[in-house]
Design a protein around this ligand. Sequence first.
Ligand code: SPD
Length: 435
Amino acid sequence: MKALGRHILVEFLNCKADVLNDVVQIEKAMVEAAQIAGATVINSTFHHFSPYGVSGVVVIQESHLAIHTWPEYRYAAVDLFTCGDSVDPWVSFEHLKEAFGASYSALEMNRGSTHVIKKGDGIQVKPNDAENYDPSKGYKINRNVWFTDKDENQALSLRYTGNVLFDEVSPFQRVRVLESYAYGKMLTIDDMVMCTEKDEFHYHEMITHPAVQAFQAIQGPVKNALVIGGGDGGTIRELFKYNTLDKVTMVEIDEAVVRACKMHLPSIAREFSNPKLNLIIGDGIKFVAETKSEQYDVIIVDGSDPAGPAEGLFTTEFYKNCMKALKTNGVLITQGESPMFHQKTFVELNSCLKNVFGKNSVHTMLFHATTYPSGMWSLQLAVKGQYSPVKDVKLDQVKKFVDSLSGEKSLKYYNEDLHGAAFTLPTFVRQMLNS
Ligand code: SPD
């Protein structure tokens, strides 16, 4: 390469004026422009001026993207500056042109032309690792950094040390393992928290034990279970606390999630070598569509939020196929999003399951998810039979099971009292589901 960086100066003309005045849309478009080009986004900051206009910058590992807009002139001035060969700024350009509906003029400059600059002799600088940069081997950000899981109006933020232990853009999503100050190491997918070392047991115990205990009360020992998603391994870790299991099939779409967690979250990913595990890296939606009837005692849908590859885990067709794949009296449980953060999805998923399994066979549970936005999370449990996971569960058996576990297998969240309590809903949540 003859220069350190490429700098495109763009004049975007005749843009959509409303977009140029919308700070949320502009930030989203700029961050996407960086990601689509393969850049590693470090942070972004955007500001809306009064009465019109937006300025902002996306800092990327490979330099920055910046914008200033004049909606009243339908004009935006954009700088796309990238270093190294791994990111093509013209990919970002194309994305922004589309997003703003713009015509343009653009000029590309080489920055730091090696014809005119030379590396200083004897200056001790850390080698520029851009050329050998492999994010999945980890790197360190040397400043105050926060990871934020947010929608347009709410967020949950965790400060992290700057140690990025894993960062890979897989064909499906961006997978990272970061080291947080308050919650230990955490797995993030795109810009969402999936689990942290400190509180993952809330989620993994609750997505597993109430369903298995409900099944066992009616049908006896659990033998054959299916997990859709769950690539971090927390759900299979909980399932393998049942010695009666003959087999657990897990279908995870993204091998990068499994690899990242095996490498960096061994307390969660500790059952991947269990001989009873049949791990399939593939599409769980297709898998259940092709599964024969009456195969599984328990199906656990441990997906991420309904964006990207998890979107199909929130559809009627998927749950019809799950119902078919369950044995009589089998139980399905799925993460149900938050009544506070994703009210619409929460209600729609509950109603979708009621349409498939029948109104009286779907039961909503709540638990504390301290590192998911709002902290209030839900699970939807559906039974393929005429019984209640609340009234028919055998609490003495739940207690016996909980008391039988010791050492690293001990449970820290679920117990016989919590079983019924988790299905007891606050009035406003009941009203949401009945309206
Ligand atoms: N907003 C986060 C919802 C994520 C649910 N799945 C988490 C995966 C943990 N096994």
